[in-house]
Design a binder for this molecule. Structure first.
Ligand code: SF4
Length: 160
């Protein structure tokens, strides 16, 4: 790995930019996610930053069970995030549907729609668990960076 690649990998490890999407949940997980950004947990001290555009993000954090109405937005946002990227399923809903499982308006779980790197169980998960899950997602980025530079796009197959 060259100096530039090393710098990029280092900065990505230290400053993950996050984009959050509620795919149809009850907002319980979003409240806990927001607590991560507040003064008590202050995840931004680690360099993490919540961004308003998916195009700027490294990590997509998804709450909710993925409703029919949210599917297109989810796929569009996933495609907008450049490689390398990682997806975190926040809470039970994106993993299993939880209380929404079996509903005709649910097209989840999340991994039926986009690939998932890290699952954070809980209904809702605690802020510490969310921060730990984000850290696990960050750890997946350097290896994906090599794959992306070799030509894979938006979760496509590696060419190395
Ligand atoms: S996992 Fe629980 S708290 Fe989170 S969105 Fe689903 S029902 Fe709400």
């Amino acid at each position: 790995m060259g100096v530039f690649d090393g710098l990029v990998a280092k900065s990505q490890r230290r400053s993950p930019w996050l984009f959050r999407l509620n795919s149809g949940g009850c907002n319980g997980c979003d409240i806990e996610f927001s607590a991560c950004l507040g003064p008590r947990y202050d995840v931004e001290q680690t360099g993490a930053l919540l961004v308003g555009s998916a195009r700027h993000a490294d990590i997509l954090c998804v709450t909710g069970p993925v409703t029919r109405g949210a599917r297109t937005a989810l796929e569009t946002i996933f495609a907008q995030i450049g490689e390398p990227k990682a997806v975190v399923a926040v809470g039970n809903c994106p993993a299993t549907g939880d209380v929404f499982a079996g509903s005709p308006v649910i097209v989840g779980p999340l991994d039926r729609v986009i690939p998932v790197d890290v699952y954070i169980p809980g209904c809702p998960p605690r802020p510490n668990d969310i921060i730990e899950g984000i850290a696990k997602a960050v750890a997946t980025l350097p290896a994906k960076g090599v794959r992306a530079r070799n030509g894979a796009k938006n979760g496509g197959p590696a060419t190395e």
